[in-house]
Design a protein around this ligand. Structure first.
Ligand code: GLC
Length: 570
């Protein structure tokens, strides 16, 4: 691959691999993953065949939210290494034809960032770089209910923190240690653009933009009115998707030269609709290439009650949501495709069946379904091994700030401990953050020290060494899917059409590009499924491009069996 020859939309045919540095590979035995650790494992990525590495934050940080609280955008935290280590990583990636996308966390900084430290002084020219507000009219500052608005932070408690020095409050949509930057101030925007250009000049190939739809806030900050029982968390209260979002994104694109330099941009946008995503990713508007929707990862929660209120998810509901996004962005814009990331539970445990009988087939079938949709697929570290949820049975091992906040709130409100632990086991972000399972040695080859989060004991069976050695593994299935995308334009460009939308076991669809037609048939259940031939296009003489099982009856799919047929064309 030639990195210097890139077409404006090269990312449409790319597959992105996400690394959460803390949990990927530890080179120095302190129990925390680091950049040299990642560099030492690049052959794993090259063998898998991915085109892009998205690196979760490695910048200087007090680590209140594992690096999503940044105190210096232009330095690397010593926990992860140095700028020289980052340069070596970029070189190692580029040698292998892999591009690097950095996490860009600019809705907020750390409260230890010098900008915020200065801003605490009411006389400072940086005061207006953050959202400082007086107490609510008629309230004594610092007393209960005196917060400027009723907004809640994503991680528990009010989104406002009282600062005694000035008697004012600052806004933090996430933790107290993550104050929101004031994007209304053009000097703030300029500082962000300058920092981004510095990274581009250093050789990075794009940005994954953290909660980017929160950067524009309404001019007047007013109370939200939650529907009954609903929490006013940032994705929903009146602060998301503000009036200047498009303007800020366009300006950033232009000032940093994002489109001009053909960089990959993906915006994390909780609470965004298909319509908003279509506008943001319309190439003519020059904002972003694609966004991460949250809709499909919120279908297994009680509407409005937040991620911890579990409810069962029926297949037709999941299919309908992906179909909505496929149709919504068919003519204009582009989808990103993901099951997993560092904030979500493991896909095979959540949407598949992680029991020994079905783990491998369900991980493969979930991958087939996702990678055959139209859009850019994202693979989260360990997903290519079929890694499972952590299975923690008490609060002891949890480290995630969001999980601990929920545990504290729910137990103080009297929720039964078993209910709280069950919600955490299903949804905690720590499910995704247990160390990468490289081999079956004591700490799974992740570290020579004591890992910061326990290794899943199933590393004896589920690990990269075993998967690479087994041609039938989940790993090789991902490798084949990634290769298929590279070889087959229909996988990248084909129009998507959902079949059998109401079927509660089968996920069936076609992709059509000119006269090339693919048919995907997937049994997304742990029971056999009957395919009625009258319901699907004729498969007589069709070639199978990829499948989870060998041979078998084409009309009776085994549990989690899936096949991709080429019906016509080349
Ligand atoms: C995004 C990140 C998440 C982080 C939050 C605040 O949602 O993915 O990990 O906690 O933003 O930065």
């Amino acid at each position: 691959m030639h990195l210097d020859i890139r077409s404006p939309d090269w990312w449409k045919s790319a597959v992105v691999y996400q690394v959460y540095p803390r949990s990927f590979a530890d080179s120095d035995g302190d129990g925390v993953g680091d950049i040299p650790g990642i560099t030492s494992r690049l052959d794993h990525l090259a063998q898998l065949g991915v085109d892009v590495l998205w690196l979760s934050p490695v910048y200087a940080s007090p680590m209140d939210d594992n690096g999503y609280d940044i105190s210096d955008y232009q330095d690397i935290d010593p926990l992860f290494g140095s700028l020289a280590d980052l340069d070596a990583l970029v070189a190692g990636l580029h040698e292998r034809g892999i591009r690097l996308v950095m996490d860009l966390v600019v809705n907020h900084t750390s409260d230890e960032h010098p900008w915020f430290v200065e801003s605490r002084d009411p006389q400072s020219p940086r005061r207006d770089w953050y959202w400082w507000r007086p107490a609510r009219d008629g309230h004594q500052p610092g007393t209960a209910g005196a917060e400027p608005t009723n907004w809640e932070s994503a991680f528990s408690g009010s989104a406002w923190e009282y600062d005694e020095r000035s008697g004012e409050y600052y806004l933090h949509l996430f933790s107290r240690k993550q104050p929101d930057l004031n994007w209304e101030n053009p000097v703030v925007r300029d500082a962000v653009h300058t920092m981004m250009r510095w990274w581009v000049d250093r050789g990075v190939d794009g940005f994954r933009m953290d909660v980017i739809n929160l950067i524009s806030k309404p001019a007047r900050l007013v109370d939200g009115v939650p529907p009954p029982g609903r929490r006013l968390t940032p994705a929903f209260h009146p602060v998301a998707n503000g009036p200047r979002l498009h303007e800020f994104l366009r300006e950033m694109n232009e000032r940093v030269g994002l489109s001009e330099r053909h960089l990959l941009t993906v915006g994390e946008m909780p609470g965004s609709s298909v319509a908003l995503a279509r506008d943001v990713t319309d190439p003519a508007r020059r904002e972003l290439d694609m966004v991460f929707t949250f809709e499909h990862v919120q279908l297994d929660e009680e509407p409005g009650l937040g991620k911890w209120a579990l409810r069962p998810l029926a297949l037709p509901v999941l299919k309908a949501n992906l179909d909505l996004w496929q149709r919504g962005l068919e003519e204009t814009g582009w989808n990103s495709l993901y099951w997993d990331n560092h904030d979500q539970p493991r896909a095979v445990s959540r949407f598949g069946d992680d029991s020994p009988a079905h783990r491998v087939a369900s991980a493969k079938t979930l991958a087939t379904v996702l990678h055959l949709h139209k859009g850019t697929p994202y693979v989260y570290q360990g997903e290519e091994l079929g890694m499972t949820n952590a299975d923690f049975t008490d609060i002891g091992p949890y480290r995630d700030i969001e999980s601990l906040g929920f545990h504290g709130d729910a137990t103080s409100l009297g929720t039964a401990p078993d209910t709280v632990l069950a919600a955490l086991a299903a949804k905690s972000r720590d499910n995704a953050r247990t160390p990468m399972q490289w081999d079956d040695s004591e700490h799974a080859g992740f570290t020579a020290g004591e890992p910061w989060l326990p290794v899943n004991p199933n590393k004896d069976v589920i690990n990269a060494a075993a998967a690479v050695a087994d041609p039938d593994s989940v790993f090789h299935h991902y490798r084949r899917l990634i290769r298929l995308r590279r070889d087959e334009p229909v996988v990248v460009h084909g129009r998507f059409e959902l079949l059998l939308p109401e079927h509660d076991q089968l996920w069936a669809f076609t992709r059509t590009h000119g006269d090339d037609v693919l048919l995907v048939l997937a049994n997304c259940s742990s029971l056999p499924a009957y395919v009625d031939p009258v319901d699907v296009p004729d498969r007589g003489g069709a070639k199978i491009l990829i499948s989870t099982h060998v041979e078998g009856d084409p009309d009776r799919l085994r549990p989690w069996e899936s096949k991709v047929y080429r019906l016509t064309g080349a």
